[in-house]
Design a protein around this ligand. Structure first.
Ligand SMILES: *[C@@H]1O[C@H](CO)[C@@H](O)[C@H](O)[C@H]1NC(C)=O
Length: 252
């Protein structure tokens, strides 16, 4: 009788131990699943927040581009930035004698103001490299009363120091004169009331297009087709009305 009871107890012991193991395994699995679930929820939350921020940014971009038709979208900006390596400089050799260029090639200005009819209205300097691919460069014109910027195929006349930046088919420039008249050598200015202080010039070499953008208001000023079949150079003129420099500046 006693023996059989002992046996029974022993028999009972075995399933109890198994049960304990099963419970432990189940608990571990459950905890692991819970952990994975929590990590998943956290990941989802982070992702959601990122998506929300991106959505907000895109929305803002869209809103601005709809409210102002000349607004440069993020997409366009990213494309332009890709081709900006801050290496466009102003040539120390190829410029008018009335101008001076800094050692780093980033600034050009008039040496002295020559009044009278003999003064060259648009003394110019060439960029130091030929443009044979997409390029972006930024120029600060500040509060200057006159300036001209863009690209030219007319490097011969710059070398001969008798350049005027408006020969049709040879120049694609944006200029300001008398402190108020914004003009383009080919076509319309998108918003002629603007008085830009920082300008971005973007050459899409493949599409033979040149774009001028007001950096501060982030709006297009002018765009035109350029002839990329012959050598093209950046061109800079600080005008002849003041001694303020034109400065090549990096991206913000
Ligand atoms: C220049 O930009 C255009 C896009 O507008 C692109 O198709 C082309 O591949 C770019 N060229 C280079 C050399 O990256």
């Amino acid at each position: 009788m006693e023996d059989s009871m002992k046996n029974n107890e022993q028999h009972n012991n075995c399933p109890k131990k198994d049960e304990k193991n099963i419970w432990m395994t189940a608990t571990i699995i459950l905890l692991t699943l819970l952990l994975v679930f929590f990590i998943f929820i956290i990941w989802l939350l982070i992702k959601f927040r990122k998506e929300k921020a991106k959505f907000k940014r895109d929305n803002e971009d869209l809103r601005l581009s709809l409210s102002a038709e000349n607004y440069v979208s993020n997409k366009e900006l990213i494309k332009m930035n890709k081709y900006s390596d801050y290496t466009v400089t102003i040539s120390h050799e190829e410029h008018h004698e009335e101008l001076t260029v800094t050692d780093d090639g980033k600034q050009v200005k008039l040496i002295k103001i020559n009044p009278g009819p003999e003064a060259t209205k648009w003394p110019c300097a060439l960029g130091s490299k030929q443009l044979a691919r997409n390029y972006t460069w930024n120029v600060e014109v500040g509060e200057k009363g006159s300036w001209a910027l863009g690209v030219t195929r007319n490097e011969e006349t710059v070398k001969e120091k008798k350049y005027t930046p408006n020969s049709k088919g040879l120049d694609w420039v944006l200029s300001l004169s008398k402190g108020k008249t914004l003009e383009a050598s080919s076509g319309e200015i998108m918003d002629a009331s603007q008085r830009p202080r920082k300008i971005r010039v973007y050459l899409d070499f493949k599409k033979s297009m040149l774009y001028f953008t007001d950096i501060e208001t982030r709006s297009h000023l002018h765009k035109c087709n350029v002839d990329t079949t012959k050598p093209l150079y950046p061109v800079f003129s600080p005008g002849s009305s003041d001694k303020g420099p034109l400065i090549i500046i990096p991206n913000d």
